[in-house]
Write a protein that binds this ligand. Sequence first.
Ligand SMILES: [Zn+2]
Length: 307
Amino acid sequence: MTDYFVIDAHVHTYKTPEIGRQALSGFDMSGCCGTPEELVPIMRQAGISLAIQCNMTPARSMFEAAVAGLPPDRLETDRSAIIGKLTDRVRRRNEWTCQSAREYVELVPFLSVDPIMGREAMMAELEDKIDNHGARGLKVHPGEGHFFPDDPAMMPVWEMLAQRGLPAISHSGPDIANPNPDYTRPRAFASILERFPGLNLVMAHLGGGYYDEVIEIAGRYPNAYFDTSASLPGDKDGRPLLLRSKSLTDEEAVELIRRIGVDRVLFGTDYPWFHPGQDLKRFLGLGFSEEEKQALLGGNARRLFNL
Ligand SMILES: [Zn+2]
């Protein structure tokens, strides 16, 4: 247990261990499977009070897989049916995320949408889940979806979040599913941070290793935030997933986070890829002051996410 109010700003949850393991696709070094039934006791034991569910549906990969086997003359007719089915899956996943947060007070529901659904369907889904199901923010993955953060289809989404004072979390840096990081390197977010100063945006994984860009973006935009998920693994020999470079040492982590600004970084783990208890243990051992730890471990997330 800790003396801090700790929020894990980045977890993923799945309905069953089978679905969780499928999502982990072999990267299961944490030994976790991703269900709320598994996560919540881990949190209680570690002293983590809340976790932000950054759940998403890999809509673009599903679409590509569905159209791959189609003969060209069927593509046009089947396309809208495929997108309709994908949109339903996105809705069901979001609904489940909100439902699990009603069952466990520790879990905070964030939504996921993808421009492939179409602008209207995206907006309708967001409004419904925020107004009627208690959703608290949005998680996007432009790398998986093959879109840039300033894609025209995303503009009404960012605008609505900014107006309502709701935060967004985006994957940032390279990704296993899409090694081309251009969609999600920190500088790809500059134009929306500039255009929507009321939008608080968290770039996950400390920018995925683009530390120079992270420091630059943090310096230029007061609405830019970063989470530490998957970038400060508790098991230091563990694979630092998604990073361009090797894992940070404790000293490097402290220096980098201070350069970004201790009020702009949130503790996160990317459970079930990483074990929240182990990651927190390492974080508590970093050379931050008490005040800095309070901010990084929960204070910043509490303020930013209105928790
Ligand atoms: Zn994640």
